[in-house]
Design a protein. Structure first.
Length: 348
């Protein structure tokens, strides 16, 4: 019986590998094609002339769709997502629906109101401190140290941008400073949802580094596309040191991923789970779209930000967080910003 069971498990793994082979092949081919083509357009000064716009858009949309398909098909089963227990969240049905209404209202305001993103960020701040108080007994010393280190790295990485007025001083202090409590709160939420993963919170440091590198590799084409679109901005002359392009992206890579992925997705999933507890896949889609769209509109409430920053950058980052882990999304965000900074440094 045991031998038959082992043989059956082995055969299932082999069949699974063969089933995934076409997906991996298609993804790899598109990764290579997109990378080569966009490098070629950058060599032809696409940032200045804005040529090959149609080609870039087709490649961008195609790569995002295939990337989402790839990370979903090769990710872990959604069966690992924690089961819902009423005692963990709300004490009444009214409490559940009130919380759901707040999420819907915040999403609506983010789309239609200039104050929407500010209210969303305020909601995250209040929620994080509520979590820290409610689950304070679960906070370990290493969680505090990790949060402080991440906040310090984000702050230092953003210093040059704030100094040169590329980044507003209040935003610099707010995003980096609140990274500390929000990282801990996001980790505590993860312990309930088991959505995605966070290697660092569980002291898996080598795994954290590996995941960040894998996330960065997945998003190389999107980093090149971001550079080809003209990001970060025209006329930047202060990026004159070799270390700047490598150091600057850690601000957004850490702070924004803690805010918009680790905490926002975790809270939304935790709140909406009682309503969609029998539809985990649908719930994952909802929180990924919520995170991606609000992330895009948080940069600027325009149609272009919604379509590009939200759907073509924010959604893939949210998806890679959900289907991989927090470190993957940090590496992904870092790469999307690092390549444009390298292009700026090179004076292209």
């Amino acid at each position: 019986m045991a031998k038959n069971s082992i043989k059956s498990t082995t055969m299932k793994k082999i069949r699974g590998m063969f089933n995934l082979a076409p997906i991996k092949t298609i993804f790899l081919l598109l990764w290579i094609i997109t990378t080569v083509v966009i490098i070629w357009t950058l060599q032809h000064n696409v940032r200045v002339t804005d040529q090959y716009n149609a080609i870039r858009k087709i490649l961008h949309i195609s790569y995002v769709l295939v990337l989402l398909w790839y990370i979903n098909q090769t990710g872990p089963s959604l069966s690992q997502v924690g089961e819902y227990h009423r005692s963990e969240s709300f004490h009444s049905k009214w409490g559940i629906w009130i919380s759901v209404f707040i999420i819907i209202l915040l999403f609506t305001l983010t789309i239609f109101s200039d104050s929407g993103i500010a209210l969303l960020l305020l909601f995250l701040i209040v929620s994080s401190f509520w979590i820290l108080i409610a689950w304070r007994k679960e906070i370990l010393r290493r969680h505090v140290i990790q949060g402080l280190v991440l906040a310090l790295i984000a702050y230092l990485a953003g210093t040059q941008m704030a100094k040169n007025e590329f980044l507003g001083t209040p935003v610099h202090y707010l995003l980096s400073g609140l990274t500390f409590p929000m990282y801990i709160a996001g980790g505590l939420i993860f312990k309930r949802t088991r959505l995605g993963g966070i290697q660092l919170f569980e002291s898996k440091y080598s795994e954290s580094l590996t995941s960040a590198m894998k996330g960065a590799l997945l998003f190389v084409p999107l980093g090149l596309l971001n550079a080809a679109s003209g990001s970060p901005a025209a006329g930047i002359t202060w990026v004159t040191k070799w270390w700047m392009p490598i150091w600057l992206p850690w601000f957004s890579g850490i702070a924004e991923e803690v805010w918009f992925r680790l905490l926002l997705i975790g809270i939304c999933f935790f709140i909406l789970r009682p309503i969609l507890k029998t539809y985990p896949a649908l719930l994952v889609i909802v929180v990924v779209l919520f995170s991606g769209i609000t992330f895009g509109l948080g940069h600027e409430r325009t149609l272009e930000r919604f379509l590009t920053t939200g759907l073509l950058y924010g959604v893939p980052m949210a998806a890679v967080f959900v289907r991989r882990d927090f470190e993957h999304s940090v590496g992904a965000h870092y790469m999307v910003n690092m390549i444009p900074w390298i292009i700026v440094f090179l004076g292209k």
